[in-house]
Structures are given as structure tokens and as C-alpha cells.
Design a protein around this ligand. Sequence first.
Ligand code: ADP
Ligand code: ASP
Ligand code: MG
Length: 469
Amino acid sequence: MRTLTMKFGGTSVGDAQALSQAAEIVLNCAKEWERLVVVVSAASGVTDSLMRGALTAASGDGQTYLSIESELRERHREVVRGLLPSSGESASLLAMVDEQLAEFTAFCGSIHVLGEVTPRAMDTIVSAGERINAGLMAALLRQRGAFSVAVDATELIVTDATFQKAVPLMDPTRARIAERLVPLLADGVIPVVTGFIGATLNGEITTLGRGGSDFSAAILGDCLDSDEVWIWTDVDGVMTADPRLVPQARLIPVLSYAEVAELAYFGARVLHPRTIRPVVERGIPLWVKNTFNPDCPGTRIIQEAENACGAVKAVTAIKDLSMVAVEGRGMMGVPGIAARTFAAVASEGASVLMISQASSEQSICFVIPTDTVPSVVRAIEEEMAAELRRRDIDRVWSMDEMVIVTAVGAGLRRTPGVAARTFGALALGDINVVAVAQGSSECSISLVVSAEDAADAVRQIHNEVILNG
Ligand code: ADP
Ligand code: ASP
Ligand code: MG
């Protein structure tokens, strides 16, 4: 039994025309695959709007969420009117849209009264976007002659209670999928599953993190023993750089799991970083394809990719970062300072994206998201209070508006001179490198530059190292 799990991202289901195109793709694939599961995101911008509604309500604004409600209602109604005008289902679909948005408004009303929105409430609120789209896509497939039902992932994907970035619990998830999804597939039904969301064992709604529908597809792909997982998006596949930043970016036909994991981790939004793990463990080939150019084969992601296209395959950037430094002459040779520093960082739940190489033991530098800086600095100052008093540590400080630019490619460490060419590219562009990373794997080099240089740094590396590589 050949099984395919495919996911459509926000733009791919963003309006009537896109949904129609996505449905065509599903129907074509249904001819070739015996079991087919579809995962959908909310329409592009909807998750942002729902979040904005909740946040403005929490800050005392009683109007914005109401205008967001009417805007979203109109947007989804237009899809129903455009795609399913003659369908007997259109009334129930309009009612479904209304019901989801009425719930959103009711939640925002309570948040407005309380003056606060918890991560848990936020997850419940944003789940409406995916739920509406799963309903629309399943109805559209039915209208075009397929057997299809919308399935709420809160019934399938069981997670822990880390709201907004929940971790799936694979054993109960596997059991639920076997119980709920497999019988549908056996009956020739195409389930359309909500991306992004899940629920705890107690039934509280959770989300898998922004952009998490890719991860949902990988989890389903794993649990269904899919032969392949396809991610349909709005670009031809994984490119040598973000095409919005570098118009000359080219499609990369084949990448390894390790390379794409590195790209995703260092900011290439095209795949959610957690997508890789479920597929890599089972060796399931992952494809990234363009909904609006379905004849283009896209990018194939597999265990081992050949090194045909040069040592550096792609360049990415992550923004909104700060570099924190713990400095002092008295740190030299004192055991345990690094361990205590990072324990303090971890106690704040901040993720360290990069630790930079210091030439001496007089400082420890690391890069974290800017919004975590105040609590991290406070935690380190508390941990090191005695050392600060004794002046063994002079100061803990941060440099904001930093960006990590990463060049990725499995051949990188094996090819002499690539690091030098990468630095050379930046020197040519007169770009100052603030720090160099200790790569988290064998296939990337990361450099910290200031935010104002980030776009130039990406373009320089793209031109000098990838295109001329
Ligand atoms: P979706 O809603 O389909 O999940 P996303 O917006 O999350 O789409 O991801 C697709 C976007 O990722 C593209 O439109 C592109 O701007 C961006 N992107 C960033 N880096 C890359 C890259 N290296 N290759 C392709 N796209 C990239
Ligand atoms: N709709 C969610 C988001 O915007 C999930 C996704 O698009 O993958 O983050
Ligand atoms: Mg995405």
C-alpha cells in the first residue's frame, strides 16, 4: 500500500484560487497513491491576525479583535462563495466559519476583561485558522467527487503541555492515528487534517510552534509509515537563498536531511526545523514543491545527497538576535564558569543559537533571541553575584540587532578554502564579522553580523561563494 502525506502551506490555501489549485493537486495524486493524507495550514496571515486580536484585547483594546473577526469572516466567506456556490454544503460551511470566529470573539472578550492572555488561551484561539481551512478543503474535495473528511489534529496528535511549542508524544499519537485515521484510509477516504495544532492527553489544545504545519505532516508521515512526505509551498523548493532577499536564488534539486536541518535551524523558513526528525528516523523521503508550479519537481531531501553543486549549497539568516558576553580577567582558569553561565541561560528557557569562539578565557560569548536578553542577563548576574563583587567578572552585557548568517553544505568542511572564501566575500562587501560560530554540525559555518549588514552579507556569500562556487 503506497501512502503519501502532503501538506499545503498558508499561501497555497490562502484564497479561492489557491485552494482550487491545491485541490486539483490532491485529486491528481489520489490517482497514483493508494492512501493519501492532506494537512492544511490556516490561510496566509490568518494566524497572525488571530494572535493580534488576542494581544490587543489583552492590552485593553476592545475594537481590534472585532474588526479582525469581520475581516476574517469576509475573507473565508468569499472562499466559500467562490468555490462552493452551488454546493448544498455552502450553508453549513458558512455556519462553520461563523462558529469558529464567534468562538474567537468570545475568547477575546474574556481576555479583554481579564487583561491577560496565557499561552494556553493563545493556542486555543489560533487553532481556528487551521480548523476552518480543513473544513473548506475537505468540502472542496467532496464537491469534486472525492471521499474526504476534515479531521481535527487535536484528536490525533497528542502533545505535552508546552503551549505554543508543544512536543508530540509519539506513542499515544501513533495509537490515535491507527485508531482514527487508518480506518478512513482503508475506506478510500482522503482525510484533511489541521496542521499546527494538537492536544494534551487531557484534551487541552496546543500548537507546535509557528510554521508548525510542516512538523504536523512529518509526524503523520511517520505514524502512517508514509512512503513520502510532500510539503507544498509558494516557491519551487528549497533555494540557494531566500528568493525574497536574493532574486537570483536557484532551486536546489537534492539535499540531505542534515543539510536541510541546518538550513531550517538557521532561519530558512521554507521548512519548520522540527520537520526533519520524524522523517529522518524512518528514512522517509521529503519533498518541497510549489503549489503554483506543480510540474517543477522541487527539492528532494534524503539521507545522503551528492555534492554536485559545490561545497556551499545555500545561505540563510536569522534576525532579532543579541550577543551576550560574560567578561572578566578573573575568569581565566576558573573551572565551572561556562557551565554555570549556560545553566543560568537554560533556567530562563532561552535557546542558545550559537556559542562563539573566544581566543582567550576572558570572555564567554553566545547568541540568543533579543526578547530573552533581559531575563538571561538577570539570571547570569544572580548566579555570578559573588564573582561580580570580587571583580573576577567585570560585566555581563549584550549587543543587540545582531543576525546570524549561515553558509550550509555537506562538502564545506572537506573542501579547503571555503571558509576563507566566505570571509573574503564579506570583506569584499566591507562587512564586519562580529563573531564566528562553533558550527553545530559538520556542514555549516555561521557568522554574526550586525542587522544592517545582514542582507548584504547574504547576497555577498550567495554571489561569491555559491554562484561562483
Ligand atoms: P508556507 O506557508 O507554505 O509554509 P512559508 O512562508 O512558511 O510558506 O515558507 C515559504 C517561504 O520561505 C518562501 O516564500 C521564502 O520566502 C522563504 N524562504 C526562506 N529561505 C528560503 C530558501 N532557502 N528556499 C526557499 N524559500 C525560502
Ligand atoms: N498557521 C501556522 C502559522 O502561521 C502554522 C503554519 O503556517 O505552518 O504559524
Ligand atoms: Mg511554513
